[in-house]
Write a protein that binds this ligand. Structure first.
Ligand SMILES: Cc1cc2nc3c(=O)[nH]c(=O)nc-3n(C[C@H](O)[C@H](O)[C@H](O)COP(=O)(O)O)c2cc1C
Length: 179
């Protein structure tokens, strides 16, 4: 599979089958994340892999937080995706005092590497920011250095060919496109 083909094939998974993914596959996906470019090669990422009871525990905290903040409308859908997926990978950022913008950009690159490798393996993924409302709790729970920046859930996509998101054209995004 070539790179552009994988990029085109990648889509967020909003429903998952019950098929199981081996832990070694998740490690291989994170091995791709590890190889991403990062500002000054700082590699500011740390990952924590959750499944089963641990994932349920995090989900309970998330639902409690949504209820307290009256933000169930936006968060409940995300909670369902996390529940139905098999793995939830939390992504933490080291060095939260300096270089914040470049560290966050670097982490974005590492997450995209992970998503593309998952796509090549036929594994569905969903990048999730909503969980950051419980960032403090998760940082403590995982004994992680720094701060929760994002998370990604993985599972087998129930609908791998159905793309929901419409993408902008080159005309819409290149400010000085030559005809
Ligand atoms: C930084 C970031 C945060 C996201 N957070 C969430 C989220 O919390 N919940 C969710 O359902 N999807 C989340 N998504 C997935 C987006 O909804 C999805 O990428 C977008 O709709 C485009 O669809 P595509 O991934 O299929 O191209 C997030 C994506 C990114 C890049």
């Amino acid at each position: 599979m070539n790179c552009k083909k994988t990029i085109k094939q990648r889509k967020s998974a909003f429903a998952f089958t019950e098929d199981e993914i081996k832990y070694s596959e998740i490690l291989d996906i994170l091995d791709s994340a590890r190889l991403a470019p990062s500002a000054k090669n700082r590699q500011p990422w740390k990952f924590y892999i959750l499944e089963k009871e641990e994932k349920e525990k995090v989900l309970t905290w998330f639902l409690e937080e949504l209820k307290q903040n009256n933000s169930e409308e936006t968060g409940l859908a995300t909670a369902k995706y996390i529940k139905d997926s098999q793995y939830l990978v939390l992504v933490f950022m080291e060095d939260t005092t300096d270089n914040i913008a470049t560290n966050i950009l670097s982490i974005g690159a590492s997450i995209e590497n992970a998503l593309l490798t998952a796509t090549e393996k036929g594994i569905g993924s969903l990048w999730i920011f909503d969980l950051c409302v419980i960032s403090h709790k998760l940082t403590t729970y995982c004994n992680a250095p720094g701060k929760l920046i994002s998370s990604v859930c993985f599972g087998i996509d129930k609908d791998p060919s159905k793309r929901v998101a419409k993408k902008k054209t080159l005309n819409e995004i290149i400010l000085n496109l030559k005809n």
